[in-house]
Design a protein around this ligand. Sequence first.
Ligand code: ATR
Length: 275
Amino acid sequence: MTDQYAVIGNPIQQSKSPLIHTAFAQATGQDLEYTKIEGQVFAADVDAFRARGGRGLNVTAPFKLDAFAYATERSQAVQLAGAANALKFEGERVMAENFDGVGLVRDVTHNLQRPLRGQRILILGAGGAARGALVPFLAHAPALVVIANRTAAKTAELVDIGRQQGAGADQVRACGYADMAGQQFDLVINATSASLRAELPPVPADVFANGALAYELAYGKGLTPFLRLAQNAGVKQLADGVGMLAEQAAEAFAWWRGVRPDTMAVIEKLTVPLV
Ligand code: ATR
């Protein structure tokens, strides 16, 4: 029987995962079928999928915490993020992974060709997306990671995670939006959910260093308020999350199937111009 995989979320009709994984399967000659599940009751839906022979799932909003709870084994990335975006089933075992952070970092370092060693990174937001990105960033030895958020308690938690990973006090810091004046960064990541509502996080326009990359985690929204701010500030390299989407999918595919697909064709197909 053809191996079954799916993405589960709600809503789910917008998901590009079936297109991406079907393209990966064709390119690598893997025999699998990949569908969408509009989740209602996560555990019951996943039980039913496994009973039909399901081998693995991608998990999207609002079920990443449910996927964490459902798993019997959690990777370090899952434990740090407190959320899972991929599951693999082997008999009774349910293994959980979170590839969002590594997907983002691979997009930045590999596709966008921005080495992170010695760089100054600003992460806007301290929710699930920012949590997932912090540790993969630290693995590349940046000079500095500053995390900015409206709600200070969440930023403090992220800084603690950074310290537990061995980051020095001067390497990972929290900063309020109001206290950012005069600081400049080589990479500014919008990991807030503001763009989903066409809002702009209150970041000053002078945070972009010469030659900076402005990266919007949201995908397919064109020039979001954050990217527009960066463009108006003279930033030449703008990116949205299409590469991250493809790279986290490639990580999941490799984890399930043991072969890592090339992402370029998928990225080209899904890219929405930043205008
Ligand atoms: P996700 O899993 O996508 O990261 P989340 O965990 O709900 O979603 O986190 C959303 C993040 O976006 C939070 O850091 C939130 O800031 P608060 O913690 O202060 O709420 C941030 N956010 C959402 N809308 C924002 C806005 N208009 N301006 C600034 N930050 C915003």
